[in-house]
Design a protein around this ligand. Sequence first.
Ligand code: URA
Length: 434
Amino acid sequence: MRMYDLIMKKRNGGTLTKEEIEYMVSGFTSGQIPDYQMSAMMMAIYFVGMDREETLYLTMAMAHSGDMLDLSKIDGIKVDKHSTGGVGDKTSLTLTPMVAACGIKVAKMSGRGLGHTGGTIDKLESFEGFSTEISEEQFTANVNKIGIAIMGQTADLAPADKKLYGLRDVTATVDNMSLIASSIMSKKLASGADAIVLDVKTGSGAFMKEEADAFDLAKEMVELGKNAGRKAVAVISDMDQPLGYAVGNALEVKEAIETLKGNGPDDFLELCLTLGSYMVELGGMAKDEKEARKMLEQTIADGSALNKLAEFIEAQGGSKEAVFNTDLLPQAGFIDKIPAPRAGYVEKIACDEIGICSLMLGGGRETKESEIDLAVGLVLEKKVGDYVEEGETLAFLHGNDKQKMEAAGERFIKAYSFTDAPVEKGPFIKGIIR
Ligand code: URA
């Protein structure tokens, strides 16, 4: 087999066979197929597309390109959750202890921030001493003992995707449905869970800006999960404005903890209850979502989810005191108010711009090597549909560098648009794919 022939076949509209896709993935992972040939193939796939079978073969080949985690030493059904990425998306911090408090085994792989979106690992590192660099043995032991463990993606897990993602990132071939679906699902399959709940975001802060594309991606991923013998459900949720009010690592941790104490924003709580009810149902702990939702609400009411978070943080080396006293989390040196430039209803928020403001304050990475400032970010006071008087506070900027705060503040104002008439909001949960 020759890579040249495969590129030409795809370029001319052909369908790649299982053997051809396996050859291409293993050759690329080992370094025998150079980046330039794989780049040409990615561009051919970008234009010609892949059918369901090709996407499945690509997913399976990438999942098997490195270690497949063996979770068989964990009793019961292991459940994982994945978000396609958003702004203010602190869901895993609140959702996983809620679900674990219902008796579900949560064995989760998480990542760091990417572009304007944040990552769970960075957020968790707001707890002093916390680490996701734990061995497979400790991971398994923690899930068995306390019902929850979160691990970073190791170099050995789906290395083909790791390499390919880097290449797609610089060759304008990221936003292709089959490539995104196979990238996400290869990692989820390699990390071993029996059931996967997917949170597919849509809107200005998401990867899939159009709702129809988000539905297609959700269907594709659920199908891939099923074909690989896993249970999978996707929830399509709104990312046309930040989730909740807080954006920025430690600020989001604080909001996640407040939610576990019963003081959470409506949209964020709704997302946790929706995703959680599918996790509890797929995990076999409830007969339907209604029963699961009640169980989840109870974990907030009786404090068991908050205690579970503390147990989890401590088990991975973190200081659990901050769970009960959020003043111990990293705090910014300055907090500035951003006043509304005019009176009116908030019509729209360019959500990706809010993510960039947090990045500009130092809350995300500009380059792979950047150190992030866990304390900085934004706390919104007004969201879509809210009325605001001129000069009233739109948001608080938390920063450690006045120059950066000024630049982020200017950009923030431009992300908001206002109108004189009341604004109709669409549903927050857009749909479910089972
Ligand atoms: N997240 C991934 O892991 N892969 C993609 O291709 C897009 C988002």
